[in-house]
Design a protein around this ligand. Structure first.
Ligand code: AMP
Ligand code: MG
Length: 303
């Protein structure tokens, strides 16, 4: 499992074998670079969720050479589908509101430090300085009327890893609702949505200690999304220092804000996903200030 620390489903699988009219169906598939787990009393729910998440993956994954994001990264400009245009526009809005902490143009940094091919590397300062010329969402030009996306500097790339899972889960929930499914729990590698309740009781999720095996917290949620960003998901250690996969776009280094985990609870996955990453970069104080700009959003930060 990609995430070292997972948000555990508290809903008991025992129910699967329990009372027949309280049966839960559970299925897991590997997609979006993580395990997507679906639990629902509706037999058709997992299939609906997997099909929708796969559709989004085919559009947005930088690892799929046929995706719109890969084409944009290769060509530097693209007449995109309305959906791809929408997600990049939302990403740029999160860049603006987070004062540049959330920035999808970190892709060349992710590559340089070896997080894309998992060949971790500690770059020299000059290398980082060079790459920083390619970073900055202000260099993404959006032509709204034509759905055209353009990079203003050649060699720029985007990575939607910090927002695509949230969007994919939102799309899956929309499909479930269209199919009249009112109860389902989705966990896409720590990106969670709890639709409705479980036989009349709210879904209960346990949060594990990022540096241990014990449980730290319980979340009781209904019709809400939860997202966690942490320094324990992808990282390498060199000279006793931990270098994790979330970057400070201003310095070009893995972020060093003193935070080890951020959990955000919100109405929708896209907000949760983007904010958990942004708050991780900003640190506790500035992160909480950012969260306050989003009414109804709850944040749990572990330092
Ligand atoms: P998440 O687990 O949602 O916090 O997303 C982390 C992933 O987003 C990383 O693996 C990178 O691919 C990408 N990323 C890293 N730093 C940033 C950043 N400052 N803003 C946006 N995306 C980032
Ligand atoms: Mg995120």
């Amino acid at each position: 499992m990609r995430r070292f620390i997972v948000l555990l489903f508290y809903c008991s699988i025992v129910l699967l074998f329990g009372c027949q009219n309280q049966k839960l169906y559970k299925d897991t598939q590997l997609m979006l670079g993580t395990f997507v787990e679906v639990i629902s009393p509706h037999r058709q729910a997992p299939g609906i969720v997997f099909a929708e998440i796969k559709r989004i993956e085919n559009l947005l994954s930088k690892y799929n050479p046929e995706s719109e994001v890969s084409k944009l990264n290769k060509l530097g400009n693209l007449k995109a589908s309305p959906e791809t245009f929408y997600i990049i526009k939302r990403a740029k809005e999160f860049w603006q509101v987070s004062d540049g902490a959330f920035d999808i143009t970190v892709a060349p940094l992710v590559d340089l430090w070896g997080f894309t091919d998992k060949k971790y590397y500690l770059p020299k300062e000059e290398e980082i300085k060079d790459i920083l010329n390619l970073v900055g969402a202000n260099k993404i030009i959006l032509k709204e009327l034509e759905n055209v996306i353009k990079f203003s500097v050649s060699g720029m790339k985007i990575d939607l890893g910090a927002i695509a899972k949230g969007y994919a889960v939102d799309c899956a929930v929309k499909k479930l609702k269209e199919n009249n499914i009112k109860s389902c729990l989705i966990n896409a590698g720590g990106q969670i949505y709890a639709l409705g309740d479980k036989f009349g009781l709210a879904w209960k999720i346990a949060v594990r200690n990022p540096r241990g095996k014990d449980l730290m917290d319980y979340l009781v949620i209904k019709d809400k999304a939860v997202s966690t960003s942490g320094d324990y998901e992808q990282y390498f250690i060199k000279g006793k220092k931990r270098y994790a996969h979330i970057f400070n776009p201003k310095t070009g280094y893995p972020t060093d804000s003193g935070v080890i985990s951020v959990t955000v609870i919100a109405q929708d996955g896209i907000t949760c996903d983007a904010l958990s990453t942004a708050i991780f970069v900003l640190g506790k104080e500035k992160g909480q200030e950012l969260a306050q700009k989003f009414p109804g959003v709850e944040v749990r930060i572990i330092e």
